[in-house]
Design a protein around this ligand. Sequence first.
Ligand SMILES: Nc1ncnc2c1ncn2[C@@H]1O[C@H](COP(=O)(O)OP(=O)(O)O)[C@@H](O)[C@H]1O
Ligand SMILES: [Mg+2]
Length: 237
Amino acid sequence: MIKTIGLTKDFKAGKEMVSVLKGVEFTVKEGEFVGIIGPSGSGKTTLLHLLAGLDTPTEGSIQLNGDELSSQSEKQRTIFRRQKIGLVFQNYQLLPTLTVFENIAFPLHADGKKTSTKDVNELLEAVDLKGYEKRFPNELSGGQQQRVAIARALIHKPAILLADEPTGNLDRERSSEILDLLAKLHQERNQTIVMVTHDMFAAGYSDRIVLFKDGVIEAEVQREDEEYAFFLSRFMA
Ligand SMILES: Nc1ncnc2c1ncn2[C@@H]1O[C@H](COP(=O)(O)OP(=O)(O)O)[C@@H](O)[C@H]1O
Ligand SMILES: [Mg+2]
């Protein structure tokens, strides 16, 4: 579904160029739940932004179902992002003046589509927030806000859900709720998910853990692999 080849990204820092991604070879298959783990500053958010078409690589290519993303125009990438990508951020990024219902429906408006009350209600149920539709974000806990953000990210039925540190602002218990929800969306709806985290506890919910370090993939492990538990314990320690 996603395939990156020799993906590099340099940023200008003053006079110097900083190389953040140094040739990333990353693939995601349809229906996978992938966790990307790596230390802060290792380039995880940069990679996710490139996958979302929010930024362009310095070199290398990103293919989505065979289409080359990096050769598309800004406008094409915007359309691609709206139709194919759902994004979830650490700080939820809900619109404070809109209700829960309106926040979830918002991407449909932005796309000029009619609100599907049925779809919004169905997602409210999926994220366990039925009865909260008239509340405003500041009337919700952090965990509830993140569940609204996840519902919003799914309203246009994206091919892939990209989540950047979705539990970064939450305590362990609320984190578990969000991670359980992502696992449920993956299992019950076959939602393809790529989640970035610096927390091995969170990464342990995914089927495949990709260890990211200094701008390259250092190691990968699948849940079926014998090394999976060892891998987890090594990094949880
Ligand atoms: N727009 C930018 N301009 C300059 N440097 C950037 C920019 N975005 C990220 N960086 C740098 O790239 C490195 C990796 O950042 P990031 O992808 O956010 O890492 P992570 O998400 O793993 O913490 C950091 O050193 C950061 O300062
Ligand atoms: Mg980051």
